[in-house]
Write a protein that binds this ligand. Structure first.
Ligand SMILES: Cc1cc2nc3c(=O)[nH]c(=O)nc-3n(C[C@H](O)[C@H](O)[C@H](O)COP(=O)(O)OP(=O)(O)OC[C@H]3O[C@@H](n4cnc5c(N)ncnc54)[C@H](O)[C@@H]3O)c2cc1C
Length: 543
């Protein structure tokens, strides 16, 4: 196969939208680049696609294509003749799961949590004959969705089935962005995307530079993955909160579920996510080695999606293209990093709380990214130096204090404010004109000053000014703020060695975001696969 990089095709527009690029146009352009008649091209596949908007109003599709010619020799000759740095021979590298080990498993491996880390770990172990048992404190995705929508409607919080807890984990009610910065020399990233497609996600995610599936599709994918695990002799239990570990001579012998029954096992994958504060406290109490970890806190910022599209793609064509994403970073005069996080084009600000009297938010969108607003968290890095008190759980307490403040400020609803009033430190009253909050969960206009720790508030204000120079109107007086974005990643790291096991308990595999080894859906899923590989390469199959 030949890889043709940086193949640019200018976008054409009718009065409503961008015209789709026909395969014929790709063929014609590829043949021109390779200097061959396009009849010699047997097959073209898109390996990467992105949009280049640097020469607005001219916009370009940018492709990396995989091209198969009618003969191997022809491919080598075409590459040699092209003398083009963007043209090279290419052999796709398939993902390979390791050979099984030789040790016998005393019991079936147990996975705590069915977020991306637990689900992909379970999927791989089931596919390769290890009959895993997945334990999830929350409900299956169908029941959970009803509980979450009821919470957004009437504020009644289900402590074990909510935006953080339940089948699919934290990412289920999300924007479903699947990009990650994690290096992928072993092909796990591609394998994650391939499994997503195998379980119902659109195939474009395999080549889009910013793959995204939206919460509606993600819910189906999660249910299909569960079915695959069940069809391959795995089992999944919902409403099954792990409340204890059985340990003898430093090694795991079982897990306790719902303070009652015990499952005998010597291998437990701890894929509990960043919000399992009760489980963190239990693990800390029994001496599982962990430490407080840096993360970031901030507020969500909402704009009209039209403003963002016109800024990203230009006023001429902006409204004719799908909802545009953006990424912003700033370094403040005090040296704090402030950046946009989990940007949701055409999305919603969601009440993502999981504890009574504490309010945390996040962002979500559907696959069509059809809401009229764009939102993103603007977050400030914090570290254990910022947390009152010390100890492994000091970051958890830091989050809790902020979420209690947010709960009070909004009287249990999402506290929001116009940026102009925030700067003037005056409470906001809702206005007819301007940006209208797009939320899942009720909101209340108030004054958000004092919600963030003062050093973070200063950094936030300074960064908003910088961002306004990048996206004109970003710090507009009618920009809507919402608080508090506190669950950006885990406040703890649960230690693991090169064998991916806890140094405190043999057979315990801290995994995913909660344990501090991932940030985001895809990197959590990749870490789940990594742990599955480790278990499989030590033990022979269970069935
Ligand atoms: C609203 C929202 C939107 C997001 N949007 C995106 C996005 O667009 N793209 C992206 O990449 N990331 C996004 N994220 C982050 C992403 O969801 C997480 O990084 C990812 O889900 C982490 O996966 P995980 O499997 O490590 O943990 P989680 O997904 O948090 O899953 C942990 C699971 O463990 C279960 N559990 C916890 N304790 C126990 C126990 N004691 N017993 C049994 N089960 C237990 C929980 O119920 C939960 O289901 C979003 C997060 C939220 C909340």
């Amino acid at each position: 196969m030949i890889a043709v990089n940086q193949l640019k095709i200018e976008m054409r527009f009718d009065d409503k939208k961008a015209a789709a690029v026909e395969e014929a146009a790709l063929r014609k352009k590829t043949a021109k680049v390779l200097g061959i008649p396009d009849a010699q091209i047997r097959e073209i596949m898109i390996l990467k696609h992105s949009i280049d908007a640097r020469k607005k109003p001219r916009l370009f599709h940018v492709y990396t294509l995989g091209v198969c010619l009618k003969g191997k020799l022809q491919e080598e000759q075409a590459v040699k003749r092209s003398r083009n740095a963007n043209v090279a021979l290419f052999t796709p590298k398939p993902y390979i799961f390791p050979e099984s080990g030789s040790e016998a498993l005393a019991g079936r491996p147990v996975i705590i949590g069915t977020g991306p880390a637990g689900l992909f770990c379970g999927y791989m172990l089931a596919r390769h004959g290890y009959c895993p048992i997945l334990l999830e404190r929350g409900d299956d995705v169908e029941t959970r969705t009803k509980a979450v929508e009821a919470f957004w409607k009437d504020g009644k919080l289900n402590l074990d089935s909510n935006v953080q807890f339940g089948e699919g984990g934290a990412g289920t009610f999300s924007d479903g962005k699947l990009n990650t910065l994690v290096k992928d020399k072993d092909g796990r990233n591609r394998e994650v995307l391939r499994i997503f497609v195998e379980c119902g996600a659109p195939s474009e995610i395999l080549y889009e530079s910013r793959p995204h599936i939206g919460t509606d599709i993600l819910r189906t994918v999660v249910a299909n993955m569960r079915d695959f695990i069940l069809e391959h002799d795995g089992s999944v239990r919902f409403g099954a909160k792990v409340t204890g570990l059985e340990i003898s001579d430093g090694a795991l012998t079982g897990v306790q579920v719902n303070d009652t029954d015990v499952i005998k096992t010597q291998n437990v994958v701890l894929a509990i996510g960043h919000s399992a504060r009760d489980t963190f406290a239990y693990l800390h109490k029994i001496g599982v080695s962990m430490e407080a970890k840096s993360f970031a806190v901030g507020m969500r910022v909402e704009h009209s999606q039209r403003l963002i599209n016109e800024s990203m793609y230009g006023a001429e064509h902006g409204a004719k293209l799908p909802a545009a994403p953006y990424k912003l970073t700033a370094q403040t005069s005090a040296g704090r990093g402030v950046y946009s996080f989990c940007m949701c084009p055409g999305g919603y600000v969601v009440n993502a709380s999981s504890e009574e009297g504490r309010l945390a938010i996040n962002g979500m969108s559907y696959s069509d990214r059809g809401s009229k607003n764009a939102n993103s968290a603007i977050i400030v890095q914090v570290s254990p130096d910022d947390y009152e008190g010390s100890g492994a759980l000091s970051g958890v307490e830091f989050q809790r204090r902020l979420e209690e403040r947010a709960y009070v400020l909004g009287n249990g609803k999402i506290p929001v404010q116009y940026f102009g009033d925030y700067v003037k430190n005056e409470p906001s009253v809702e206005r007819e004109e301007g940006v209208k909050p797009c939320t899942k969960g009720e909101y209340m206009f108030t004054n958000l000053r004092g919600l963030l720790p003062s050093s973070c508030e200063t950094a936030f204000l300074e960064a908003m000014e910088q961002f306004d120079r990048v996206i004109c109107g970003y710090a507009g007086s009618d920009t809507v703020l919402a608080g508090i974005e506190s669950r950006t990643s885990s406040p703890v790291r649960i230690h693991r060695g090169a064998d991916l096991q806890s140094p405190s308990v043999r057979g315990l595999y801290p995994c995913g975001e909660g344990a501090g080894y991932a940030g985001g859906i895809t990197s959590a899923a990749m870490d789940g696969i990594l742990v599955a590989e480790k278990i499989a390469s030590q033990y022979r199959v269970f069935r």
